[in-house]
Ligand binder design. Structure first.
Ligand code: URA
Length: 238
């Protein structure tokens, strides 16, 4: 059972306060009867809720795939910077979603956003070994020696021993390199710190996949789409 005002607000009909006013005005019906108390507990799967003549199609969770742009923080709130949540339409913000894991302010690419805490937990727990693949540009030549070091586990500046990581060199030369790196954990600045540990710097970082999800090239940076039913089921069954 859930509060009527929460259900209606989650569907983008306004804040809970505004929903209260709608109820007072007699605009909200539950099973055909006007309900004045917006705090009434109802069963969203069984009860038929109507607002201003429209029947609600309720869902509890949303799942969005964003192509995160540069300069935006992966948080729900920030005093200074724009957040990935600020980029969402009001209809989605009403569900109080949050990013699954974090990308740095200057990292771009695939970011999942949801309000499903259980799925979030499952996807970010290192023990579940969900692959995250990044495309990275590095300031120096990346070598086969580095591939071995990444495989044999890198130790970060704070002494943390990383899980084995897979490095795939796409291009490498004295002026810099392009690589793909696959990791299964998400420590703070992890990829940047892994390269720091071998004396090299990441100059550009883009996440190109997260578990079975690939970056959707048709989504411009700063835009997003809902996951399909099929994609949601694949993630839940990982
Ligand atoms: N590793 C980093 O260093 N930064 C990110 O944003 C993601 C992984």
């Amino acid at each position: 059972m859930e509060r009527l005002d929460k259900i209606i607000a989650n569907l983008g009909y306004g804040t809970r306060k505004e929903v209260k006013i709608l109820c007072k005005k007699g605009e909200v019906l539950v099973n055909g009867k006007s309900v004045k108390d917006s705090g009434l507990k109802v069963d969203p799967d069984k009860d038929i809720i109507q607002v201003s003549g429209e029947t609600l199609n309720y869902r509890e969770f949303i799942y969005l795939l964003m192509n995160k742009p540069d300069g935006v923080v992966s948080a729900t709130f920030d005093n200074y910077d724009e957040t990935v949540i600020d980029l969402l339409d009001e209809e989605y913000k009403a569900f109080e979603p949050f990013p699954v894991g974090r990308l740095d302010k200057d990292t771009v690419g695939l970011l999942l956003i949801t309000n499903d805490g259980e799925l979030n937990h499952k996807l970010i727990a290192p023990k579940n070994h969900v692959d995250k693949v990044y495309y990275a540009e590095i300031d120096k030549e990346v070598t086969d020696e580095d591939i071995k070091k990444f495989e044999n586990r890198i130790t970060l500046d704070d002494g943390y021993l990383c899980m084995p990581a897979k490095l795939n060199i796409l291009e490498s030369g004295e002026n810099g390199s392009c690589v793909e790196i696959t990791i299964q954990e998400g420590k703070f600045h992890q990829v940047k710190r892994m390269f720091d540990a071998v004396g090299k710097s990441v100059v550009y970082l883009r996440r190109i996949s997260f578990g079975p999800l690939k970056i959707d090239e048709s989504i411009e940076e700063g835009k997003y789409r809902e996951l399909t039913e099929e994609e949601i089921n694949i993630l839940k069954n990982l």
